[in-house]
Design a protein around this ligand. Structure first.
Ligand code: ADP
Length: 228
């Protein structure tokens, strides 16, 4: 079943830069998709349009039946509830504990402490650090908290923009294992990255952007090895 359909999308910034041309992409429910390409090829623009931080000038973006391109500002929450977002820079609240950082995101929905601890913090391997503050954690642990916060609402889609950008190779692979587990539980994952090692090791679908166009779409990638 299709979760994301990007059809004939064009995005021109106010500066006149065309970041995406005639862009088409279909992602099925449950897939794990890497988005790669040189700096400036349009990866962030594509990612931002998926969570409606940017809007296309032309074309449509349908996610789980929602026409994201046409979504009114006051309805953006309907989309955001269905997805989680993880960035390179951790953006945790420094004065809140691990537990509070995760619970804060979803407090209004009334998940109880035990559930958050068990379902989310255990999954990302942070069960024993719930009372620590972000500055008492390593970079990898902080990113786990961010992931926990992103999945606490059981999103259908997890969008990751360079989630391992600030981490060393071993820590990056640990984060990838967490993401793989989340994917195995049914969450679709789309991840923009520069990390060749990760893309090669994970053997997932790889979408390659080049100057705002979809250059290649490789099922079960290993793109860099293939070229070597
Ligand atoms: P990537 O994530 O692959 O590095 P981006 O999507 O950030 O690529 O950028 C694609 C192109 O759009 C680049 O030429 C970039 O300079 C331009 N661009 C990105 N964001 C903006 C913006 N807010 N305003 C103007 N141009 C932008």
């Amino acid at each position: 079943m299709e979760l994301i359909r990007v059809s004939d999308v064009q995005k021109t910034y106010k500066t006149g830069t065309v970041a995406l041309y005639d862009f088409n992409l279909s992602i099925k429910k449950g897939e794990f998709v890497f988005v790669i390409g040189a700096s400036g090829s349009g990866k962030s623009t594509l990612i931002k349009m998926l969570y409606r931080e940017e809007k296309p000038d032309k074309g449509s973006i349908i996610i789980g039946g929602i026409n994201v391109a046409k979504l009114k500002n006051r309805k953006v929450y309907v989309l955001r509830r269905k997805l989680g977002v993880v960035f390179q820079d951790f953006k945790l609240l420094p004065k809140l504990t691990v537990y509070e950082n995760v619970a804060f995101a979803m407090e209004v929905l009334g998940y109880d402490k035990k559930e958050i601890r068990k379902r989310v913090l255990e999954l990302v391997g942070l069960k024993n650090k719930v009372r620590q503050y972000p500055d008492q954690l390593s970079g990898g642990e902080q990113q786990r908290v961010v992931i926990a916060r992103a999945i606490v609402n059981k999103p259908k889609l997890l969008i990751c923009d360079e989630p391992t950008g600030n981490l060393d190779p071993d820590t990056s692979m640990e984060i990838m294992k967490v993401l793989e587990q989340i994917n195995a539980m049914g969450t679709t994952i789309i991840m923009a990255t520069h990390d060749r090692d990760i893309v090669d090791k994970m053997k997932k679908r790889v979408v390659i952007l080049d100057h705002g166009r979809l250059a290649r779409d490789i099922e079960k990638g290993g793109y860099y090895n293939e070229r070597a």
